[in-house]
Design a protein around this ligand. Structure first.
Ligand SMILES: [Zn+2]
Length: 81
């Protein structure tokens, strides 16, 4: 079991991102509807909106909303620093 959290120097790279996503899929099933725009076609994926470890904090998003969301988050983080 790898260490999670900010103490892990590799935290920013999210080395266990896919493993955590696999956990979301097993707990919540396949993402079928984008919670942002309501789209049900195309690629819908789970996006973390809080702690990566908290399965309940994941939202189903289509690829375009997910990309936009990730971009907004990165901008927010950049502004904070
Ligand atoms: Zn969407």
């Amino acid at each position: 079991m790898k260490l999670f959290g900010k103490k892990n120097p590799a935290w920013k790279e999210n080395p266990s991102y896919s493993a955590l996503h696999a956990r979301v899929y097993s707990r919540r099933g396949k993402a079928t509807k984008c919670e942002i725009c309501g789209k049900t076609t195309g690629k819908i994926e789970w996006a973390s909106t809080g702690s990566l470890k908290d399965v309940s904090k994941y939202k189903a998003m289509c690829a375009s909303c997910h990309a936009k969301y990730d971009k907004d988050i990165k901008n927010l983080r950049r502004r904070k620093k």
